[in-house]
Ligand binder design. Sequence first.
Ligand code: AHR
Length: 666
Amino acid sequence: MIARGFTRNSKTTQIDHMIRKATLIFSSVVLASRLNAVPAFAIDASHPAGKVSPRLYGLMTEEINHGYDGGLYAELIQNRAFMDDTKSPVHWSVVSGRDSGANIALDPANPLNDKLTTSLRLNVSNAAKGSPAGVANEGYWGFPVQPKTTYHAAIWVKAAASGLGPMTLSIVSEDGSTVYAAGRIPQLGTNWNHYEVTLKTGNATPTDRAKFALTLEQPGTVWLGLVSLFPPTWNDRPNGLRKDLMQMLVDLKPKFLRFPGGNYLEGNTIESRFEWKKTLGPIEQRAGHQCPWGYRSSDGMGLMEFLHWSEDMGAEPVLAVYAGYSLDGKYVKAGPDLEPNVQDALDEIEYVIGDTDTAWGAQRAKDGHPAPFNLHFVEVGNEDWFDKAKTYDARYTQFHDAIRAKYPQLKLISTIANDQPEDMRVRSRKPDMLDEHYYSATDEFLEKSRTYGQNADRSGPEVFVGEWAAHEDAAIKPWEPGARKQPPTPTMKAAIGDAVFMAAMERNSDIIKMHCYAPLLVNVNPGARQWRPDLIGYNAISSYGSPSYYTIQMFSRNVGDEILQVNSEEKEIQGCATRDSKTGEIFIKLVNPGMTNVIVKIKINGVASLASTGTAVTLQGSPEDTNSINHPQNVMPSTATLRDVKAEFSHTMPPQSIVLLKLKSR
Ligand code: AHR
């Protein structure tokens, strides 16, 4: 998880920062006195400099920061299968009153099945009509109570003796005094039974200060094997995704989705890697597993959910397969030892795209999706440059040969880029693509982005920047406790770094074919997050985009298919330009990292005509400005009409701004 951008020593960064600051002060003084001598940003539209990759903008995802459980995956019950902790039923508590009592305990002697190997025993000692007792779940830092909303509960339960019931399921305020929605199971059986109950709220005032209670009105003992509760989901999919977060992701118009990680693919140990076969089928057959970010994953987000998720966004899956290396440094030796892992990857690909007369293609059809998914890219592992034993070349080769032989149409991605030592990289085969990761301070991106991509070997392999993000301060490592004292999502200062780096990738998108910011999601509650900054923040009931989110949205939704050559005399302003070959629309992206207005003279040559009006979208703020749950729209793009557009025109960029100009040309 150590990312390359942070290898730079912090002293150098500090000195850079001072020089930069001095340069900014100097340039603002100069600018103030030479506003007429505007530097030019010249765009050559006479012929495209290259083709923009059709898959340039995508999403990277993994289970980190409660990104799935307690995040995008809409399940509301935390520790729904009671397996998060082997010692106690964490996130569950007893519900009792003055005249009622109960106790709860884990009971591995009464499991629901061989996957969910414990249950929760609820022993109600004292209860009556009007004074119930039972158990409650605290949710993922609360429950989202919305008015006139239907919630679907599913529970697996058995009673010690017949005649027990009803059991009431309710969403209630934290103190239990307000019932927002309730449903009932009239009678419980003495064998494991599965019940589905619908709960509907009335005119409730939205809140997340709620819990989910299961109560009895008479003494008795029951075992709960699994308790699940879903709000309405995106596209109404069962076991589906949270609607507000999906809307935000769809709004980014991603062309691909990289999953399931990241470190989540590898696991801390070989045993805790992401095992896709264990994530298929009904939720009561999914045991979950320990994720490398310190908590247990329910595996509710399984392979099929990832595939549906991609499809629902109109994005292609970029499937990362486990390549025999885990974060504790252990690896599976290439050769016969690695064969089962290679076969597992082949099976996984077959599940995604195999015909329905293949074993795993048939399983996919059985799981509800007979048509193959739109898979073109398979990544072999994640960040294998951490493998100090330098076994990646041999491991990659084995995967490469097996996948290539069976699926010659797929493009294969190596996780080691060309800037890593030769003896770490893949030498025995030529991968189609190399995955590069950059977590860098904004100041570093401001420097790096001037030349990034220019010198990439155009004969390939192509480049996939599978993880990147600008951070405000390189001295604070994103995974260290210090980072968690800062707001979970980035500030405007970071967005400036993101913008210059994206402009560089767009200028070179003939060879930089795909990129995605990481991490994507963060549950902002203390205790829920392990990394900062993250693109989108949320709690149980609301969500917001960071300035970086809106920056990516400005870029990804406004890109042509032709790269236009840009020659800039301007030292501070960085940018890029593309054109839609069908409509002639030109998209110019400019970044002003300075603290003063800059008037940029834009020169466009090689167009027959330009419409005199266009659109300017601006994202601007002080370096420390940001968005949050309580102030979700503090930094937002604003749109204005551009007038007097011609082959040479000037545009004033406010301090610390990211500007998108949309011009109509022929
Ligand atoms: O994005 C967070 C982590 O950073 C990823 O899991 C890992 O691939 C990288 O080191």
